[in-house]
Design a protein around this ligand. Structure first.
Ligand code: SAH
Length: 181
C-alpha cells in the first residue's frame, strides 16, 4: 500500500545535493513563514537574545529575520551551495572554517557572528559540538527526515534542547492513501 511505501521512503543526501544543483528547490520560500510570525511569541516566551536552532535549514529566510531581531541562529544543512546562496542572497559577508570534530564538516559564520551554519549531516551533530538551544524552528525538517531516521532525529533534537526551550514544528496531518510523498 502507499502507506507502506511511504514508511520505507528514503531520500539520500546525494539526492538532496542534486536537488540544490538542479535548482529543484520548490520547498524554499522567499517570504518568511506566516506560522513563524503567528507563533513567534510562543517561541520567544518573553525571552530575548535566544539561541535558535534551524535543523535542515536550507537557505531559510527566517534565519536572517530572527538574527535581525537580536537572536543568535545556528543551522545545519548538507548542501554547501544552499549556505553560500543564503549569505550571498542577503549580502552578508561570512567566513568558513573546518569543524575538527566532524570529518569533512565545515562551519559558515556571518562576519557579525550571529548566524552560524554547519555544513554536514545533522546526525554528525551533538550538544558537545553545537551546544544547546533555547528554541527550535522546524519547518521542512522533520517532514523531510526519512521515516527510518525519525527516532534518531527526535532523540538528537531532545539532546540539543535546553530545559525551557520551545520547539515550533510545522507539520501536516493527512491520509497517506490519498496523498503521495
Ligand atoms: N528548512 C528549509 C529547507 C527544507 S528542505 C526551509 O524551510 O526552506 C530540507 C533540507 O534538508 C534540504 O535543503 C536538504 O539539503 C537538507 N538535508 C536533507 N538531509 C539532511 C541531513 N541529514 N542533514 C542536514 N541537512 C539535510
Amino acid at each position: 500500500s502507499d502507506v507502506g511505501s511511504q514508511k520505507e521512503r528514503v531520500v539520500t543526501e546525494e539526492e538532496w545535493l542534486q536537488k540544490w544543483e538542479m535548482g529543484n528547490i520548490g520547498f524554499h520560500k522567499e517570504q518568511g513563514h506566516p506560522l513563524l510570525q503567528k507563533y513567534l511569541d510562543v517561541l520567544l516566551n518573553g525571552r530575548s537574545g535566544l539561541r535558535i536552532f534551524f535543523p535542515l535549514c536550507g537557505k531559510a529566510v527566517e534565519m536572517k529575520w530572527l538574527a535581525d531581531m537580536g537572536h543568535s541562529v545556528v543551522g545545519v544543512e548538507v548542501s554547501e551551495q544552499a549556505l553560500k546562496d543564503f549569505f550571498s542572497e542577503h549580502n552578508l559577508p561570512y567566513c568558513e572554517e573546518p569543524v575538527p570534530e566532524i570529518s569533512g564538516g565545515k562551519m559558515f559564520q556571518s562576519t557579525s557572528g550571529n548566524i552560524s551554519m554547519y555544513c554536514c549531516s545533522i546526525y554528525d551533530l551533538s550538544s558537545s559540538i553545537v551546544g544547546k538551544f533555547d528554541g527550535v524552528w522546524d519547518r521542512g525538517a522533520l517532514v523531510a527526515v526519512n521515516p527510518c531516521d525519525r527516532q534518531r532525529y527526535a532523540s538528537l533534537m531532545i539532546n540539543l534542547m535546553e530545559k525551557n526551550s520551545s520547539y515550533l514544528l510545522v507539520t501536516v496531518s493527512y491520509d497517506p492513501n490519498k496523498h503521495k510523498g
